[in-house]
Every structure is written in C-alpha cells, then in structure tokens.
Design a protein around this ligand. Structure first.
Ligand SMILES: C[S@@+](CC[C@H](N)C(=O)[O-])C[C@H]1O[C@@H](n2cnc3c(N)ncnc32)[C@H](O)[C@@H]1O
Length: 310
C-alpha cells in the first residue's frame, strides 16, 4: 500500500534529506496502524472519571499515555456508541493533535484564530485550554467540511467559538487583531499513516509545490493580524521540508527581525533540521520539531513563533 501511494520520487527525497535508515523506518512505520487515542474533554470531565466510567463498560486502556490521554487497548463495542462519546466527554484523535493547542497555551481572555479548522479536533482542544472563555475564530474554507466542524464543536459543549466559512487568506479583511493563531495547515499529508489516509491518487511533487504556496500565503496574511508578543503555531502532517523547515526558514527570511522561534517543550521527535537541504539557513530552525511516523504517531512538523517588535 505504501508503494502505491508514495511514489519513488518521495522515497528518493527522503533518503536525500533524512538518510537511508530513517527512510526505511518511515516506510515501515507508515504501514502500521496506531492505537486509538482518547482525550477527555477537560471542560466536563477528568481523565480518571472518564477512564473509570469506560472501564466499567469493559473498555481497557494502556497503563500510560502522554498528554493526559488514554490509549485504547480493547473495546467491547465501538467507543463512538458510548454515551460518553455522544455527550462530548471525549475526542478520538492522533496524539500529535494535542501538541499545537498545548504549545499555544492561550489564556481564558485571549482572542485566538484557528485558520484551517475542520473537522475541529484541535479547535476543541484549544477551546478546552481557553476554558471555554475568550474568543476563538474557527476558519474553514471548504463549505462541505463545515458540518463536521459544527458537529464537533456542538458535541463537545463549546460556546466560545465563531465558525467562519472563508479563505484564511482573507482573514485580514475581518480587521481583528489576535493574541494567538493556530495554523494546522492544508498539506500533502505524507506523514499520515496509510490506513487513515483517504487519498486514492498517488501524490506527486507538484502537490508539494502547490500546498507550500498556499501555506506561505496563509502564513503571511495571518502574520499581519497577530498582535506584538502574540504567538502562532504552524503545523503540518507532512514529511516534506518545503511544508516544514524550508517553509519556516523562508518565512524567517521574509519577516526577519520580527520573528522569534520559540522552543517546543516536548520530549517527542527531533529538532527541525535543514543541514542536508539548504546551505544557508536560520539557526532558529533548530527550535522547530520534526516527528517521524513512529511511537504510535503520524509524521508531523511543528513551529511556534512569536511576533516581536522590530
Ligand atoms: C489539516 S486540515 C485541518 C485539521 C484540523 N485542524 C483538525 O485538527 O481537525 C486542513 C484544513 O484546511 C482547510 N483549508 C484548505 N485551504 C484553506 C484556506 N485557504 N483557508 C482556510 N481553510 C483552508 C481544508 O479544507 C482542511 O479542512
């Protein structure tokens, strides 16, 4: 299956960028299925309460999971049929989804924009961190993806969020300055485990170019709306440097003295790396994080940037 979706061009690039050994690991890991990760909706329950009530129905969990989540080891029936799921006490998600909202760490007074929101897993996590207060704009361009976003936000009992069906590149038109931005950008998704990847067509290198242009345009428009001292978290589930380290490297070059890349305090993944890709790069890239598809996770890239006064 990996061979069908991932063309030789990608494998060659990965060997070039990450080395042969890591590429072999990537190809092996992309074929694995991850366990289901359950995150308690901390607005309405705790991990312990949720675990106890699900265990009383026969669900079993691994002894430990990062980020206060639960790893499902056995389900007597599909967890989405439980009253806990239906009443919004939990989300099912990739472990990597937890990272951007936690990095951003908005306060309960913050004005925050999620610029690529549907289906809204990270929007809900962000609203939880904000304790359902402050103001959250959830922006999604695709009209057909709005119902899923609306449904998740409603199910999770979130009421600090405005859903806007528009292109994130027109965000400055709203004339709102924000404290924090989450851009979980549209991308090629080459880091996603293949079983959950709904894409049928093989990716081509053109997709990388196309997506990285959209990412660049959204980043630049978003930046205009960020307050001084505000932060933006940028993430993709892609293994391509143009959608990760190179994208951020070029962003730093365009906005030079205005950007400080903040360290990401998690013990997962490796520092972002450009040494095999570009000769001259910004040393701040080592504060970004590159996660390879293993340890029960998808491949992921994440950067946290602060807007500073020039
Ligand atoms: C990676 S998904 C977001 C997943 C979401 N953050 C979550 O955790 O559930 C990217 C989303 O961006 C949307 N999108 C693509 N181009 C966009 C644009 N120009 N403006 C706003 N949204 C866009 C896509 O339709 C897709 O829903």
């Amino acid at each position: 299956m990996a061979e069908q979706i991932i063309s030789w061009e990608f494998k060659e690039r990965w060997v070039n960028f990450y080395g042969k050994k890591v590429t072999e690991r990537i190809l092996r890991e992309l074929k694995q299925s991850d366990p289901r990760i359950i995150a308690p909706n901390t607005l309405y329950t705790t991990r312990r309460q949720l675990q106890e009530s699900l265990e009383s129905q026969g669900f079993r969990f691994a002894p430990e999971t990062p980020f206060n989540c639960l790893t499902l080891e056995f389900e007597p029936f599909n967890i989405v049929a439980t009253s806990e799921y239906l009443s919004g006490l939990l989300t099912i998600q990739a472990l990597t989804s937890l990272i951007p909202p936690k990095c951003l760490n908005p306060s309960s007074e913050s004005v925050v924009a999620d610029l690529a929101a549907s289906p809204g897993i990270k929007t809900c996590l962000l609203a939880e961190v904000m304790e359902n207060t402050g103001t959250l704009f959830a922006i999604e361009k695709a009209k057909k993806r709005i119902p899923a976003l609306k449904s998740n936000i409603t199910r999770m009992g979130i009421y600090n969020t405005f859903i806007l069906n528009c292109d994130a590149r027109s965000f400055p038109g709203l004339n709102v300055k924000v404290d924090h931005i989450m851009l979980d950008a549209p991308c090629t998704g080459t880091g996603l485990k293949l079983k959950k990847n709904k894409r049928l067509e093989p990716r081509i290198l053109n997709d990388v170019t196309r997506q990285s242009v959209i990412q660049r345009e959204i980043l630049d428009e978003a930046w205009k709306q960020l307050k001084i001292d505000g932060t933006i978290v940028y993430s993709t589930c892609s293994l391509e440097p143009e959608e990760g380290e190179v994208q951020i490297n070029n962003f730093l070059a365009r906005h030079e003295k205005q950007v400080q890349v903040l360290p990401i305090n998690i013990n997962i993944g490796n520092p972002g790396n450009l040494t095999r890709w570009t000769k001259v790069y910004d040393s701040q890239i080592s504060n970004t994080r590159r996660i390879f598809p293993d340890q029960g996770m998808d491949g992921f890239f994440i950067a946290l940037m602060k807007k500073v006064r020039e």
